[in-house]
Design a protein around this ligand. Structure first.
Ligand code: 6PG
Length: 459
């Protein structure tokens, strides 16, 4: 990633010094840089690296998130001036970025956390960049980050989103949405594979068709490519070769944790994280299948057409983004960060993993009213009116036939709860008051702290 980002910076006309603690890696990187080599300054020690940079220096760290970032900052600190700038471009936990930002304010050098999305290819040819940190840092390097970022109609997919950990928080939520988006695609794949007995190739063709419509997105695109690819060794579909055990590096989980901590619903994302956790328990699932038997599925093709699955995915996607943007809004309030939601939707339109056509409409809807739940924006409300019936059918068919659709189902429950004025939480409040005298508000009087007549009944 670091090498690709350096090549991208060089290609955009900026001279850049590079350093890796393994000198051979720097040498082979430089040897393969071709005509970009004259923009690169390879260095063999941290001291040479720092000395090669013009002041005030700007240094991008691309090391694994966590302790390695702190170690690198500590190693650089004695070599830098207070007005130099360290930029962490890894997938950092934004709480760490907040801490590093606070430390930098007392002793320097300045610090900035940027979320970079788009994988290896994005880093090389144009990622989406979510920056957080002091405005002075953005003023210093923003033009470079914009130049190397992906473009949507010539508009850079890079922006300063707020102080301290704002950029890394947005990247974390990006990844949470990525988890949910991927999980919902996997769920409809499961309905087609196990419910409709479709081959990988057939499923790939369905995804390919969807990619020409409202669901057009990088994740649908790679899904049809994955589904349509055969294993060169065996000739079998790759999807029959890849073990159904998903990995995770933690950012999806952080999104779910953050949603719980901020008290904002992100149930589709939480379901996606839980699904990855369950997928990893393959041995346990084997025992489960032996104990209970696999679900006996053979769906009637008429009961669940693929266009119904497409509509269900549209509804699920709207809900998952509504939850993701809701989480960002809540964090913005909590930290006093600017977090311009329309801008965030805009910089996700290209370069990043969740790029999609729908983000254009989301940017428009959020520009109309950033504090409104996205699903209530007229464009998305209309889409949900059209599609929630399909989501309901897919979830119902899944439930009746033992086909797990956890993220879609969480999205449906969110939709149903958020369209129900009279919820069932009056029962919760009654229970809380009964066992703990926690008090409740009444429907017929103003004020709070009312109690029920339970004590009288229990004496
Ligand atoms: C991106 C990706 C990138 C990476 C994830 C994968 O935006 O470019 O999100 O950051 O692929 O970290 O995360 P998991 O390993 O948790 O799936």
């Amino acid at each position: 990633m670091g090498g690709n980002l350096a090549l991208n910076i060089a290609e955009n006309g900026f001279r850049i010094a590079v350093y890796n603690r393994t000198v051979e890696k720097t040498d082979s990187f430089f040897a393969k840089a071709g005509e970009l080599a004259d923009k690169l300054v390879p260095t063999k020690s941290l001291e040479d690296f720092v000395a090669a940079i013009a002041k005030p220096r700007a240094i991008i760290l691309m090391v694994p998130a966590g302790d390695a970032v702190d170690a690198q900052i500590e190693a650089l600190k004695p070599l830098l001036d207070a007005d130099d700038l360290i930029i962490d471009a890894g997938n950092a936990n934004y709480h760490d970025t907040n801490r590093r930002d606070a430390a930098s304010q007392t002793s320097g050098p300045r610090f900035m956390g940027i979320g970079v999305s788009g994988g290896e290819e994005g880093a090389r040819f144009g990622p989406s960049i979510m920056a957080g940190g002091p405005k002075s840092a953005w003023d210093q390097v923003g033009h470079i980050l914009e130049a190397i970022s992906a473009k949507h109609d010539d508009v850079p997919c890079a922006a300063h989103l707020g102080d301290a950990g704002a950029g890394h928080l947005v990247k974390t939520v990006h990844n949470g949405i990525e988890y949910a988006d991927m999980q919902m695609i996997a769920e409809v794949y499961g309905v087609m594979r196990d419910g409709l007995a479709m081959s990988s190739e057939e499923i790939g063709k369905v995804f390919e068709t969807w990619n020409g419509g409202i669901l057009q997105s990088y994740l649908i695109e790679i899904s049809y490519k994955v589904a349509g690819t055969a294993d060169p060794e065996t000739g079998k579909p790759m999807l029959d070769i890849i073990l159904d055990k998903a990995g995770q590096k933690g950012t999806g989980r952080w999104t779910a944790i953050e949603a719980l901590m901020l008290g904002t619903p992100a149930s589709a994302i939480e379901a996606a994280v839980a699904s990855r956790n369950m997928s990893a328990r393959l041995d346990e699932r084997k025992v489960g299948e032996a104990a209970f038997g696999a679900a006996p599925v053979a769906l009637d093709k008429a009961a669940i057409a693929t266009d119904m699955l497409e509509a269900a995915l549209v509804a699920g996607k709207i809900v998952c983004y509504a939850q993701g943007f809701g989480l960002i809004l809540e964090a913005a309030k909590q930290y006093g960060w600017s977090m311009p939601l329309p801008e965030i939707a805009k910089i996700w339109r290209e370069g990043c993993i969740i790029r999609s056509a729908m983000l254009n409409d989301m940017a428009d809807a959020l520009a109309e009213d950033p504090s409104r739940n996205l699903m209530l924006a007229p464009f998305f409300a209309d889409k949900l009116k059209e599609t929630h019936g399909a989501l309901r059918k897919v979830v119902a068919v899944g439930a009746l036939n033992g086909l797990p659709v956890p993220a879609l189902s969480a999205a449906l429950s969110y939709f149903d709860i958020m369209r129900t004025q009279r919820s069932t939480a009056n029962m919760l409040q009654g229970q809380r008051d009964f066992f703990g005298a926690h008090g409740f508000e009444r429907t017929d009087k103003d004020g709070s702290g009312f109690h029920g007549p339970w004590a009288m009944n229990t004496v």
